[in-house]
Ligand binder design. Structure first.
Ligand SMILES: Cc1cc2nc3c(=O)[nH]c(=O)nc-3n(C[C@H](O)[C@H](O)[C@H](O)COP(=O)(O)OP(=O)(O)OC[C@H]3O[C@@H](n4cnc5c(N)ncnc54)[C@H](O)[C@@H]3O)c2cc1C
Ligand SMILES: NC(=O)c1ccc[n+]([C@@H]2O[C@H](COP(=O)([O-])OP(=O)(O)OC[C@H]3O[C@@H](n4cnc5c(N)ncnc54)[C@H](OP(=O)(O)O)[C@@H]3O)[C@@H](O)[C@H]2O)c1
Length: 548
């Protein structure tokens, strides 16, 4: 498609690097597969730029104690290669971070991807040159590259959110964010540890930290539900079953709103008696995992239905936690079950029965400052040696807006999105031709088992670029009316669920002060979204303006 650069420089000057067909930012699940598709399926010239010194994205950065998946291992993987599916063996129901990182390294080696990835290279700016119809990309080292297509695979949960608490710089101990964990690990032995945050991450890390720390204080702002993961090694029978029946498993994942391989029961909470409901919840609690959400079809749509699950789960906290004051703080949950991403855990609530663990209710006694000696709330000072920030991410838009992306007429993405992210199908933004965003806002992404969402996006982008090549189309960009209509659909899909009721959720950007409060992912379900994207493509890329 694009001819290689002429290579002719004036005497004494190095020739500019040839223009790439596609430049991909990020070498996690998304970037690796996008590279494979564009390079090996379409034969394009492609480079990946990755800030880290290795592949893996989320699983490269999040090395905190207890880090593991909440998608079941046989579904948290690529499905594009039969050979890869047959040769890779997961060991546990929910793989831990090192195993997933091994898997992604294996994929990079198996498909010979590394030769087109530049590590330790952060993209700092990308400017669209309308005359040349190219993206001019700048890296942190000041290097400049040009590319026809720019594809961001920068992750939805990849910008660590360290809250600006006054005094952090004065702290005499050490502090860490879970999403930027030191590769050598952290030794908690004999230490007084404070953990801020009780989302999926904090719920995984607290039980493990408590095992080695002298004392752990968990600082909780919003109380959270959690269902036991019931993690266990996979049996040889299960492994065989998965290999033999993968096409059916894949069909199930692709047909589901959430991309997981479990069936959402087609019954309402109110189709059964209270006794039957209790038995259904008990069985789901024993089985563990995110399937708890799938016990009834109306749990995330009807507040009355949701209340029954919420009450059941709060009851479990009361049963497990022995100290009445602690139990009351943990079960004082102010939002519907699954309105925030529901965590699953191993011994989280039981951890508060340990003698070396204490809970602080930040709603009652907010943090005022970090002092040289520890954390001071409105009530008292907690002396600490280590602070763990399990405080989440500037989700969905964080990495996109950190790069200085400028489209036509110098329009900045940050300006275009002042009131929140706006795009068409979560894939493209008006004013930014030939820029594609993988699993960004406006797509199901984080509401889904993400490899399913990633494969769908990457394949759609690949097909779109192939279509452009085959029809000598040089430029693609959404039409403003298509983008506006999509934003309405994203809002309508969210409003048909209980998800916007969790006012402090990162789905709404509420965890980052100053971020616009807009429900960002598409909540209409992965299967429906895939259908819409396919229809748009079949209908001649309806809603996109394409030009030669
Ligand atoms: C702790 C944790 C657990 C999770 N568990 C699950 C789970 O169980 N199931 C599930 O479905 N999802 C889970 N997720 C979501 C997870 O992020 C996705 O499943 C998936 O790994 C995302 O892959 P990605 O390639 O899109 O993004 P990432 O894995 O985030 O990779 C993005 C990459 O882009 C790089 N990058 C970003 N900006 C730049 C730049 N400007 N220049 C160069 N490089 C850049 C980053 O360094 C990173 O390596 C979890 C997320 C977290 C944080
Ligand atoms: N596979 C898994 O099991 C797994 C594990 C980890 C992460 N993840 C993914 O990553 C997402 C993010 O999870 P996360 O736990 O890292 O982040 P999170 O869900 O955003 O949780 C962050 C926690 O930190 C608290 N917090 C943030 N700022 C604070 C402040 N200034 N003071 C006090 N408390 C503060 C939040 O309280 P508020 O609720 O009050 O804001 C919340 O309890 C998950 O939802 C999930 O999608 C998955």
């Amino acid at each position: 498609m694009i001819a290689a650069g002429s290579g002719e420089g004036s005497a004494g000057r190095a020739a500019p690097p040839p223009t790439l067909d596609a430049l991909i930012v990020g070498a996690g699940f998304s970037g690796l597969y996008q590279l494979y598709c564009l390079r090996d399926r379409l034969g394009l010239s492609v480079e990946v730029l990755e800030a880290a010194d290795g592949v893996g994205g989320t699983w490269y950065w999040n090395r905190y104690p207890g880090a593991r998946c909440d998608s079941e291992s046989h579904t948290y993987c690529y499905t594009f290669s039969k050979e890869l599916l047959q040769e890779w063996e997961w060991t546990e129901r929910y793989p831990a971070q090192p195993e997933i990182l091994r898997y992604l390294n294996h994929v990079a080696d198996r498909f010979d991807l590394r030769r087109n990835i530049r590590f330790n290279t952060r993209v700092t700016a990308a400017h669209y040159d309308e005359v040349a119809n190219l993206w001019r990309v700048t890296t942190g080292q000041g290097e400049r590259l040009t590319t026809k297509f720019l594809i961001t695979a920068v992750g939805c949960l990849s910008t660590a959110n360290v809250p600006r608490i006054p005094g952090l710089e004065t702290f005499r101990g050490r502090w860490y964010h879970t999403g930027q964990w030191p590769h050598g690990g952290v030794d908690f032995t004999g230490k007084r540890v404070g953990q801020i945050g009780t989302g999926s991450t904090g719920i995984q890390s607290a039980p493990v930290i408590a095992e080695s720390a002298a004392h752990l204080t968990v600082f909780q702002r919003t109380a959270n539900y959690s269902v036991p993961a019931r993690n266990a090694p996979l049996t040889p029978e299960f492994k065989r079953h998965v290999k033999e029946t993968f096409p059916e498993i894949r069909r199930l994942m692709n047909g589901n709103p959430n991309g997981h391989a479990f069936v959402i029961e087609d019954r309402s909470v109110f189709d059964v008696t209270p006794e039957q409901r209790q038995a259904i919840y008990e069985a789901a609690w024993k089985r563990g995992g995110l399937q708890f959400r799938a016990t009834f079809r109306d749990l995330v749509q009807s507040k009355a239905a949701n209340d029954t699950a919420a009450e059941f789960l709060k009851g479990k906290i009361r049963e497990i936690v022995k100290d009445p004051k602690t139990e009351a703080i943990l079960s004082n949950i102010d939002h519907p079950y699954a309105a925030k991403r529901p965590p699953i855990d191993t011994d989280y609530f039981d951890t508060f029965n340990r003698r070396n663990v204490a809970l602080v209710d930040l709603r009652a006694t907010p943090i005022e400052a970090i002092t040289p000696a520890g954390i001071r709330t409105s009530d008292k000072e907690y002396p600490l040696d280590i602070i763990v920030f399990a405080t989440g991410f500037d989700a969905l838009t964080g990495q996109l807006l950190r790069m200085e992306i400028r489209g036509r007429d110098g329009l900045g993405l940050a300006e275009a999105w002042t009131a929140g992210p706006r795009n068409y199908l979560g894939l493209q933004v008006v004013g930014f031709p030939n820029l594609f965003t993988v699993t960004g806002p406006g797509s199901p992404s984080v509401l889904c088992n993400m490899p399913v969402a990633i494969e769908q996006h990457v394949e759609w982008i690949t097909d779109c670029i192939a279509h452009m090549r085959d029809h000598a189309i040089e430029r693609i960009e959404p039409r403003p009316e298509a983008m506006n209509s999509w934003i309405e659909q994203v809002n309508a899909a969210a409003n048909a669920t209980l998800l916007p009721l969790a006012a402090h959720s990162w789905y709404l950007g509420a965890n980052v002060p100053g971020k616009p409060r807009v429900f960002m992912p598409y909540a209409g379900g992965m299967a429906r979204y895939r259908g819409i994207c396919n229809e748009v493509a079949t209908d001649g890329y309806r809603g996109f303006a394409m030009s030669r």
